[in-house]
Design a protein around this ligand. Structure first.
Ligand code: FAD
Ligand code: NAP
Length: 530
């Protein structure tokens, strides 16, 4: 069968864009198929008020092009969604990517033809592409989760999901608003919605930890210094588990005297951002150490929030850092506003949505605009929305019935020539995603180059290699507190989803080393054929 391209890339976010560029540079033909009207993925869809990165902008950026790195000017410590989207568009223009992207097209099916060793890709508008390789750049957090709450369809006013926000924006000025959820998206948007709305009611199922961002405009001298030393910063970042260049204190929290420990937490709190969890090395290794950090944040909540009952309700009871830590601007302070009400919907849960509000715990709450900040079917959601069929017509949905299984988070046994960028079983969402994306793209590009050099057309993970990797991913997950709570990392936010800790928690350096060792050993764990 004649191929249309060497590679079909599904998704035009940061992963799909760089994959296209990289393959083109190597002389492969490729096409990106993207459901949205533009590039940017996450930053194209998540346009809710307050959306911004929580990894500092100078690090949450591509490093594959020194020129790009030097010419782009980030203006804030944590860039806003519009600025990040502008960056994505700049990259698309600079590297002339759009001519190989098909927009407004969703891939619905992809099947491997064993006779010709090609992927046949079908789209929602009747399109059909044939490609040697299929590369899923579909995103870890790109399939919005709309909970099945009875009555949702009957709500009379507008309903918005943070993960699919209207492009024209929303003005909440005259409205009364209900927000369901208190994850990162809610924590970023609630302070801004509260400033606009006549009244805001926040429906909280699980209280969440957040630390201040202390966002600010970037000092031009600082930016100059970063640009002058970018390679060193990127190298330091790659040597740390989360791929973020930040100060890590190797001391144990419980072995540090109380006053010194409090001083160090305060220092991190004043600095702001995700580095709070690097205040000590054992915060995610044992309950006692973790409790010292959790207690520190809980005390802050009680200090900031004036009403003690609201402060207590806002205080998380679980492990800090088990769910992804949030980074906010004036989140706790928002609950001191007279126009904001917090409602506990943990037990009993929301009973139903009514045309003019919702019912929970035997009470009725009225509002005219509903915001669902209810997250995503993370890591596997977007991939499994596509009917992917490998050898003998076996579907990925069937293979992953008990949870995702991959080799290196990149490939799947039984699905030759299929690659997933930041797939389950790779560090992905536990890291600064940009370097993780680049590492995967580079690995895939090198793999395709090697196949071409060998005159080979098919690569496939062996069952044994996949089983070993899955066992390793599970084993390292069990060693941290992170796998111990109900989070989207384990699929707990989606009813019926198998409970498996999906990302690889062994850290970026160990992971990169393993990926490189596999290549050095002539693609150990893969079978390669003509
Ligand atoms: P995405 O950006 O999700 O792009 C995937 C694309 O694939 C989407 O455009 C989607 O439309 C398309 N697609 C999916 N399925 C199909 C299909 N079947 N057919 C056609 N197209 C399809 N990470 C960080 O490291 N730091 C941060 O600060 C950070 N902040 C975030 C903030 C928010 C609000 C969210 C939701 C995530 C954040 N992340 C952050 C994670 C973020 O998703 C990644 O950093 C990164 O943007 C992912 O890029 P991607 O290209 O892999 O996926
Ligand atoms: P999320 O963390 O999954 O939060 C979803 C929220 O909705 C949770 O509070 C959840 O409660 C609640 N919820 C879901 N279904 C519900 C129901 N039926 N009833 C009541 N409450 C319900 O999703 P998110 O906030 O969109 O963030 C997802 C991830 O995207 C983040 O963890 C992060 O990785 C990334 N992100 C990053 C940033 C950033 O700062 N740069 C911003 C946004 C998102 P439970 O906790 O009880 O499940």
């Amino acid at each position: 069968m004649k191929t249309d391209f060497d590679a079909a890339i599904v998704g035009g976010g940061f992963a799909g864009m760089y994959m296209l560029h990289r393959l083109r540079m190597l002389g492969f033909s490729a096409r990106v198929i993207e459901a949205g009207k533009g590039v940017g993925g996450t930053w194209y869809w998540n346009r809710y008020p307050g959306a911004r990165c929580d990894v500092e902008s100078v690090q949450y950026s591509y490093q594959f092009s020194r020129e790009l790195e030097q010419e782009w000017e980030w203006t804030e410590r944590y860039a806003t969604q519009p600025e990040i989207l502008k960056y994505a568009n700049h990259v698309a223009d600079r590297f002339d990517l759009r001519r190989d992207i098909t927009f407004e097209t969703r891939v619905t099916e992809a099947s491997f033809d064993e006779a010709d060793n090609v992927w046949i890709v079908e789209t929602d508008n009747g399109g059909r592409f044939v490609a040697r390789f299929l590369i899923a750049a579909t995103g870890c957090l790109s399939s919005p989760n709309t909970p099945k709450i009875p009555g949702l369809a009957d709500f009379r006013g507008p309903t918005y999901h943070t993960g699919n926000w209207p492009h024209e924006g929303v003005d909440f000025t005259p409205s009364t608003v209900g927000v369901i959820g208190t994850g990162s998206s809610a924590i970023q948007s609630i302070p801004i919605i509260a400033r606009q709305a006549r009244h805001l009611t926040v429906f909280q199922r699980t209280a969440n930890y957040t630390v201040p961002a202390h966002n600010r405009p970037l000092d031009p001298d600082y930016v100059r210094e970063v640009k002058a030393t970018y390679p060193e910063m990127r190298r330091r970042a790659k040597s740390l588990p989360a791929g973020i260049d930040l100060k890590v204190n190797m001391a144990s929290a419980i072995e540090t005297p109380d006053r010194e420990r409090a001083r160090l937490f305060q220092e991190r709190w004043d600095y702001g951002g995700l580095g709070f969890m690097a205040a000590f090395s054992d915060l995610l290794l044992n309950d006692e150490s973790n409790k010292t950090a959790a207690d520190f944040v809980r005390a802050k909540i009680h200090e900031i929030v004036r009403d003690p009952a609201t402060a207590e309700l806002l205080s998380p009871k679980n492990i800090i850092g088990c769910k992804r830590l949030c980074v906010d601007t004036a989140y706790w302070e928002t609950f001191n506003r007279p126009n904001v009400t917090l409602v506990d919907v943990s037990e009993p849960p929301i009973d139903r949505i009514a045309p003019d509000g919702l019912h929970a715990g035997g009470r009725e709450y009225k509002f005219d605009t509903l915001v669902l900040a209810t997250g995503f079917d993370a890591m596997t959601g977007a991939l499994l929305k596509v009917d992917i069929r490998g050898r003998k017509g076996r579907s990925l949905r069937d293979k992953w019935r008990e949870g995702p299984t991959t080799y290196l988070g990149l490939t799947m046994a039984g699905f030759p020539n299929l690659f997933a960028i930041t797939g389950p079983g790779s560090p992905s969402v536990l890291t600064n995603m940009l370097p993780s994306i680049e590492q995967h793209v580079d690995w895939i590009a090198e793999c395709l180059q090697t196949l071409r050099a060998k005159g080979a057309r098919v690569i496939e993970a062996t069952d044994a290699a996949e089983q070993d990797w899955v066992a390793h991913v599970g084993q390292v997950a069990g060693a941290t507190l992170r796998s111990s709570c109900s989070s989207w990392y384990v699929g707990a936010n989606i009813p019926g989803k198998p409970r498996v800790f999906m990302p690889y928690i062994g850290g970026l350096p160990a992971y990169i080393e393993r990926c490189e060792a596999v290549v050095k050993a002539d693609y150990e764990g893969f079978s390669i054929s003509a």
